[in-house]
Design a protein around this ligand. Structure first.
Ligand code: UDP
Length: 382
């Protein structure tokens, strides 16, 4: 049996660790933080009793039945439907853009097929194959809705023009010609009853797994192990020799309130003149709990500096060039596999992270069984 090191105790590390532990390997998991679960970490707030999403909101949603089965093995999931609002020009609208948003915004009473025809008139149909965020928006919702709901928000969130960003970022959001205001398409959606940290702790609760918190990775550690899975930042592993891959980081300005501050979990602010992107009211992420007091975060996005927590990989042309140099370095590094959002520098939802972690563990076990070298990446960053 092999002796495996996992760097990082977020979903990637925990799921790979669990799978390998169940296959009989000895697993050590280290994390430099004082808690597991990475940026999904949740914690009970002392003042209010509310379960806080310490590093910003995480809502579990997936179409992958196996992933859903996997997470529900370790925690009860309580029903939760993400319903997001957006405050723009002194009014509150429903997101994702749906029939209510369209009728309210344009002061109309359109039926679904009428709304579809109306939006098609607004849309720039000369764009046949949208490449950028802006083109995608102009093609599918037209200029007015784009400017109200996406342009300012996106400039604040990403710190650049929407014309510089890939269309894929906007493809995360649907446009609906009915009154369905569920933010996600997916069949399965919910929140772990006792938070994400308790869920990840359960995944890690196995006799073959040793978790060491408050422990930073040191390259010399690799010598003691048969294989290392690294879910930290890819550039950090190579001491930033090729430069720093660009990330956005978030600042949360906490404030408290007696009662219900905004009546929903997530209120976006579409305008550029409002400096924050959204306000999250955390007790609404656990609608089955009752709390008188409330805790909210104003969320600000900015460029990630060397001492900040990386959140969103930027992945523009410049970053992708640098990324390809890191990929080459990683592929020349034996005994290490790079995984997860930071290890592969991709914008990943939790369910995709878990799916990839399950596949990575399977791939590793196959390599071991067939005496084949273990690749640097089971999922290519580019
Ligand atoms: N977005 C926007 N306005 C909104 C919500 C989202 O322009 O009110 C854009 C923004 O560029 C964001 C992207 O759509 O980065 C994806 O949104 P999502 O809600 O999936 O972002 P996340 O919750 O992952 O930050």
């Amino acid at each position: 049996m092999s002796y495996i090191l996992l760097v990082g105790a977020g979903f990637s590390g925990a799921v790979i660790g669990r799978e390998l532990a169940e296959a009989g390997h000895d697993v050590d998991i280290i994390d430099q933080r004082l808690h597991v679960a990475g940026n999904c970490h949740t914690e009970r707030d002392e003042y209010s009793g509310v379960m806080l999403h310490v590093y910003g909101p995480h809502i579990f949603h997936t179409d992958d039945a196996q992933v859903w089965e996997y997470v529900t093995r370790f925690s009860v999931f309580k029903p939760y439907v993400n319903r997001v609002k957006s405050t723009v020009g002194g009014a509150v609208y429903s997101l994702p853009i749906n029939l209510h948003t369209i009728n309210q915004f344009f002061g109309k009473t359109l039926r679904p097929d009428e709304a579809k025809a109306f939006i098609e008139q607004q849309a720039d149909t000369s764009i046949s194959d949208p490449q950028t965020f802006e083109e995608q928006a102009l093609r599918f919702v037209g200029r007015d809705l784009y400017e109200a709901f996406f342009k300012g928000y996106t400039k604040k969130q990403w710190g650049c023009e929407p014309s510089e960003l890939p269309a894929s970022i906007l493809k995360r959001l649907p446009v609906r010609f009915n009154y369905n205001d569920n933010y996600f398409f997916h069949r399965f959606q919910g929140m772990p009853e006792h938070g994400y940290t308790a869920l990840v702790e359960k995944i890690l609760d196995h006799e073959n797994i040793t978790v060491k918190l408050n422990t930073a990775f040191d390259p010399s550690m690799t010598e003691q192990y048969d294989h290392v899975f690294y879910s930290g930042p890819l550039d950090g592993y190579f001491s930033f020799s090729e430069g720093r891959l660009g990330y956005r980081t978030l600042d949360f300005e906490r404030f408290t309130y007696q009662g219900d501050y905004q009546g929903c979990a997530v209120m976006n602010y579409g305008e550029e003149s409002v400096p924050f992107t959204r306000i999250t009211e955390h007790k609404h992420f656990s609608p089955w709990e009752k709390h008188e007091r409330s805790v909210c975060y104003r969320e600000y996005s900015r460029a990630c500096g060397p001492d900040d927590i990386p959140y969103y990989p930027i992945r523009l042309v410049k970053e992708k060039e640098m990324l390809s140099r890191y990929v080459a370095l990683a592929e020349n590094t034996e005994g290490v596999t790079f995984v997860g959002r930071l290890g592969t520098y991709r914008y990943l939802d939790m369910d995709v992270t878990i799916r990839e972690a399950l596949d990575t563990a399977r791939g590793f076990l196959d390599c071991v069984e067939n005496n084949q070298p273990v690749p640097a990446f089971f999922v290519k960053p580019l």
